[in-house]
Design a protein around this ligand. Structure first.
Ligand code: AP5
Length: 213
């Protein structure tokens, strides 16, 4: 399977589709947001350093996330999905160096979603610490048992940064720092854009067609 890099605004569905692709095709799902949240839960020095920055919806330092990805990339020999990385041009350039060393090819998928649609989605999002994401307001994305993860049975929680104020900071940071990367990848002819404002089923169907090319 081809390696995937998701570039998308908050609540576009990066985590949702990464988990489905992991389950169905055996991808390794590398999500910098999940790695950082795990560090916060475990109260590691890294977690303590990034806790407030993440709660406010600001980006953490490039160096931190580049190191997290460099430690994991290609380690298990599976095809990988990068979810939430790269988010700046500097991260994209460093990633290209890493991928060249590992001789890994990839496709970049831009999940394009309207701001008001994304904002509505975070109001209902519930997360499990295993990384699976649900939505209490969307029938097809609800857990089978209220408040409990279908996969691991743990209690679902609301993310600390899932409020309108933090969402708007994340969304604006996407426009300012992450969207320019789309141009970087379109020059390398590695970019596919998918309309992610549609239902999760429709978007996933398109994703499968793209990766099976
Ligand atoms: P991160 O965890 O990456 O958050 P994000 O980019 O803000 O993205 P989200 O997790 O909010 O959205 P998603 O696209 O995964 O959506 P989901 O599938 O859950 O980053 C968090 C923070 O970590 C950053 O703000 C930053 O501080 C730091 N960080 C991380 N990486 C960094 C980096 N590289 N550099 C610097 N800092 C970094 O879906 C959302 C909801 O919608 C769910 O409820 C889901 O069920 C629902 N949903 C999904 N698809 C659909 C659909 N088609 N229809 C209806 N509902 C849907």
């Amino acid at each position: 399977m081809i390696n995937i890099i998701f570039i998308a605004p908050p609540a576009a569905g990066k985590g949702t589709y990464s988990k489905k692709l992991e389950e169905e095709f055996g991808y390794s799902h590398l999500a910098t947001g999940d790695m950082l949240r795990e560090a916060i839960n475990l109260k590691t020095p890294l977690g303590l350093k990034v806790k407030d920055i993440m709660a406010q919806g600001k980006l953490v330092d490039d160096e931190i996330v580049i190191n997290l990805i460099a430690e994991k990339l290609g380690q298990d020999g599976k095809p990988f999905i990068l979810d939430g990385f790269p988010r700046t041009l500097n991260q994209a350039e460093k990633l290209d160096v890493l991928l060249e060393k590992l001789a890994k090819d990839y496709i970049v998928i831009n999940l394009d979603v309207k701001k008001e649609v994304a904002l509505a989605r975070i109001q209902g999002r519930l997360m499990c610490s295993c990384g699976k994401s649900y939505n209490a307001l969307i029938p097809s994305l609800k857990p089978k048992r209220e408040g409990i993860c279908d996969v691991c049975g743990q209690k679902l929680i609301k993310r600390e940064d899932d409020n309108e104020e933090s969402f708007l900071i994340r969304y604006n940071s996407y426009l300012e720092k992450t969207e320019p990367i789309i141009n970087y990848y379109s020059q390398n002819q590695k970019l596919v854009k998918i309309d992610a404002s549609r239902s999760a089923q429709e978007v996933y169907q398109d994703l499968i067609e793209v990766i099976k090319w």
